[in-house]
Design a protein around this ligand. Structure first.
Ligand code: HEC
Ligand code: HEC
Ligand code: HEC
Ligand code: HEC
Ligand code: HEC
Ligand code: HEC
Ligand code: HEC
Ligand code: HEC
Ligand code: HEC
Ligand code: HEC
Length: 303
């Protein structure tokens, strides 16, 4: 036993060392922010005469009110994002002598924002579907425009609809979450930044639904397996033709997994009403689970 441990321990050390090296190296691969040679920081006041309109918008954002301890970037004001500007100011404007987001790759431009925004959902950003499709932070967040909540332009859901036309169409279907009615946002369910499980606000899909539909959380004595597993087996949260956001109407949604029955499948006796191809939930009224056996499996109906 001890012998094994003596061999295993150094082996484990080696493996974890190698793993750290790999992680370390990928970190080194992070995109490099361009450097303007010889430039130093000038402060925001000098920008105002030439960029007054931008300053006006900037003044209204949280970025103009950062305390020094909130900033990991050197410099203050405009230069936390655009870098040291002394040469740009000396040359009375121009390009190439200052960092311009419109000329950077999405990876590099995001990197500037990640300098301060690294926590929470942002940790997964480098594997996010948006970045991988060439969409940087400033595609959704505009530091210099008259923006909605969270610096989004033109706001959630409009910005999302502009690219995700299929979701816009789904939200117009008869059954939908009230996103177009402005009672909900895409952001209530998605972070837009993550990489796991469709960038949902919760790692597990059902936990997301329980945030607002807690009555289905249980625990129930009589659980219905697919409900416990994943709400989206039966529901499409973006909108459906069928009622109740169901992928298909009852009974067809049930018939995906169950056989219909003309009589009580257990006792063989005649049910009160013909049960074949009528709405299953007429009798099995608590499809999400219940503490009473009669609710999901209808056994009380036989007595
Ligand atoms: C939070 C980061 C941030 C701060 C702070 C900031 N900017 Fe910007 N700036 C950006 C981003 C991002 C864009 C690109 C905007 C877009 O996508 O429409 C931009 C665009 C610009 C542009 C347009 C041209 C271009 O090619 O990028 C100018 C000019 C500019 N900023 C000047 C300023 C000035 C002046 C200030 C201070 C008053 C300032 N910025 C503060 C992030 C910032
Ligand atoms: C003397 C006027 C002047 C001052 C001062 C000035 N700028 Fe500019 N800036 C300009 C002009 C003009 C342009 C447009 C350059 C062009 O498109 O050829 C410009 C362009 C920019 C751009 C876009 C560059 C690009 O590559 O498209 C950014 C970003 C910017 N300025 C930021 C700043 C910041 C931040 C400050 C303050 C630290 C500042 N500017 C001070 C005149 C000025
Ligand atoms: C110097 C650090 C720093 C940089 C660089 C920076 N931010 Fe921020 N930002 C902050 C801080 C601090 C806050 C306020 C606390 C928070 O919400 O995290 C903030 C807030 C925000 C918010 C929330 C606004 C709100 O109304 O709640 C957004 C969105 C945002 N930043 C986007 C960006 C984008 C996009 C970039 C890059 C173009 C960027 N930031 C660059 C420090 C920074
Ligand atoms: C596809 C659009 C999109 C992109 C791209 C995007 N965001 Fe966001 N971001 C959002 C939405 C939507 C919210 C609001 C979420 C909510 O309502 O809770 C948000 C919220 C934020 C907030 C506020 C704090 C929070 O987490 O709720 C910050 C800070 C922020 N984003 C920074 C960034 C930075 C930095 C990047 C790039 C690395 C980025 N965002 C890229 C859509 C986007
Ligand atoms: C500039 C276009 C654009 C905008 C704006 C945009 N998206 Fe996307 N989004 C994409 C593309 C492209 C993909 C990757 C392909 C796909 O899954 O459709 C994507 C993927 C996604 C995904 C799948 C993520 C994953 O991990 O697989 C979600 C969720 C999403 N977007 C939500 C949003 C939300 C919410 C907004 C609004 C805040 C938004 N998007 C705004 C273009 C955009
Ligand atoms: C009630 C929660 C909820 C809301 C609101 C919501 N989503 Fe989703 N979204 C989900 C869930 C859950 C998934 C993953 C499983 C699925 O598709 O059923 C998903 C998946 C996605 C995907 C990736 C898979 C696919 O179907 O393309 C995109 C893109 C997306 N959502 C965009 C949006 C946009 C844009 C909005 C706003 C119009 C939005 N979502 C609103 C819950 C929601
Ligand atoms: C942020 C809160 C929120 C989240 C998260 C949420 N919902 Fe909803 N849900 C609502 C609201 C609000 C309604 C509309 C209620 C109304 O119209 O009375 C609704 C309605 C529904 C309906 C009934 C639709 C109809 O046509 O009557 C279903 C089914 C549903 N949600 C399923 C889900 C599922 C599945 C999830 C998880 C993927 C989820 N919801 C996540 C808020 C939420
Ligand atoms: C086996 C299929 C199935 C699964 C899985 C399922 N549901 Fe349902 N859901 C239904 C059916 C059928 C209805 C309509 C009948 C009814 O009234 O119960 C419904 C209706 C709803 C409604 C609208 C009724 C109301 O009370 O307003 C909500 C909300 C809902 N489900 C949430 C959820 C949540 C949350 C989950 C995951 C925990 C889930 N569902 C999983 C089949 C399912
Ligand atoms: C994705 C597959 C799936 C769908 C869709 C589905 N079920 Fe089920 N259902 C199951 C599984 C798995 C069980 C548990 C195993 C069993 O008893 O057959 C079950 C069990 C049941 C039971 C027996 C419960 C018990 O206590 O014996 C009833 C009744 C039932 N489901 C009704 C429905 C109804 C009504 C619908 C439509 C709203 C439906 N199911 C949709 C998979 C599904
Ligand atoms: C008229 C009422 C009624 C209707 C409608 C009905 N059922 Fe039933 N179902 C029952 C009764 C009663 C039982 C027997 C329950 C018991 O004895 O435990 C039962 C039992 C079941 C069982 C459990 C079988 C087992 O072996 O335990 C399933 C699964 C089921 N029904 C599915 C469905 C499906 C799917 C539909 C719709 C196509 C449906 N039922 C419609 C009354 C009904």
């Amino acid at each position: 036993m001890l012998k094994k441990a003596i061999i295993l321990f150094p082996a484990l050390c080696l493996i974890s060392f190698a793993a750290c090296q790999i992680l370390y190296n990928t970190d080194v691969l992070q995109p490099e922010i361009p450097v303007i040679d010889g430039a130093y920081y000038t402060g925001t006041d000098v920008c105002i005469p030439c960029h007054g309109d931008i300053y006006g918008h900037y003044k209204k954002t949280v970025h103009s009110r950062l305390a020094f301890f909130e900033s990991d970037q050197p410099g203050k004001g405009c230069e936390i994002c655009h870098g040291p500007a002394s040469i740009h100011v000396k040359e009375k404007g121009g390009t190439g002598n200052i960092i311009s987001f419109l000329r950077l790759s999405p990876e590099v431009s995001s990197e500037i924002c990640l300098g301060c925004h690294r926590k929470g959902s942002m940790m997964d950003w480098r594997a996010n579907a948006h970045l991988l499709n060439g969409i940087a932070c400033n595609e959704c967040h505009k530091p210099h425009k008259e923006t909605a909540d969270k610096m989004l332009y033109p706001g959630d859901p409009e910005i999302c609809f502009s690219c995700h036309q299929d979701k816009k169409a789904r939200n117009l279907l008869p059954s939908h979450h009230p996103v177009q009615e402005k009672k909900m946002k895409c952001g209530d369910c998605h972070t837009s930044h993550g990489s796991e499980n469709n960038s949902l606000n919760q790692p597990v899909l059902n936990d997301l639904c329980f945030e607002c539909h807690a009555e289905y959380q249980g625990p129930f004595i009589y659980e219905h397996e697919p409900v416990f597993e994943d709400c989206s087996i039966c529901h499409d949260p973006h909108g459906t033709i069928a009622d109740n956001l169901l992928k298909q109407n009852d009974p067809f949604i049930c018939l995906r997994c169950h056989k219909g029955h003309r009589k009580n499948p257990k006792t063989g006796s005649h049910p009160t009403v013909a049960s074949f191809l009528t709405s299953c939930t007429q009798c099995h009224s608590q499809v999400h689970g219940s503490d009473l056996p009669s609710q999901l499996n209808g056994s009380s109906l036989t007595r």
